[in-house]
Unconditional design. Sequence first.
Length: 247
Amino acid sequence: MSAHRTTLRRAGTVAALATAGVLAAAGVASAHVTVHPESYAKGATDGVLTFRVPNEEDKASTTKVQVFLPTDHPVLGVLVTPQNGWTAKVTSTKLKTPVKTDDGNITDAVSEITWTGGKIGAGQYEDFNVAFGQLPDDTDQLSFKTLQTYSDGDVVRWIEEAAAGDDEPENPAPVLKLTAKESEDGDATPAASASTAATATKTTSASSSGSSSDSTARGLGIAGLIVGVLGLAAGAFAVVRSRAPRS
């Protein structure tokens, strides 16, 4: 019985360590600076972007946040929401290529927003809201490089961008996905609809060709389950036999 209990304790310890590792990894991943919502339609108007900044340090507070807006695909009509304890400084830049709108050409756009004066303590986060008049419609995503400064002078640079197919970098920049525009009746644009139809066709074909393999997999799974049950029964029988002489 002593050996049996020792084995159970070791198994429980391994499981606990594995669970702790997974939770720790999830905590690290969730500590990045992020933008919400994660996506908007291309060319969307009159919306709000929320930059969520968590404090990663145990012995220092976040005292400065700098968010850099892209100027090659500018966000138009940027307004900053007043934030208790924080002072926002908005910097605009002259665009290399003016943006044509119904109200005329836009030649300047916000390129940086800096918040100072406040404090984000250990185990806390702050949401910084930014309203916009219009998002660009000529790109699939916007990257907002961010610098996070701590009270001890440390600066975390959230500026890395993941290449297609690569894992998430250590210090990723907040990324806003831009999805296909919607038509007046609420459907996706023709190009997006054609892409969706093609994807559905491929999925149907894959499902048909994989039906036979699914049946085989189910059969193997059932067979494995039966073998496992028989193995458990045999083990239980062996335990009973080993205890009988002691009784």
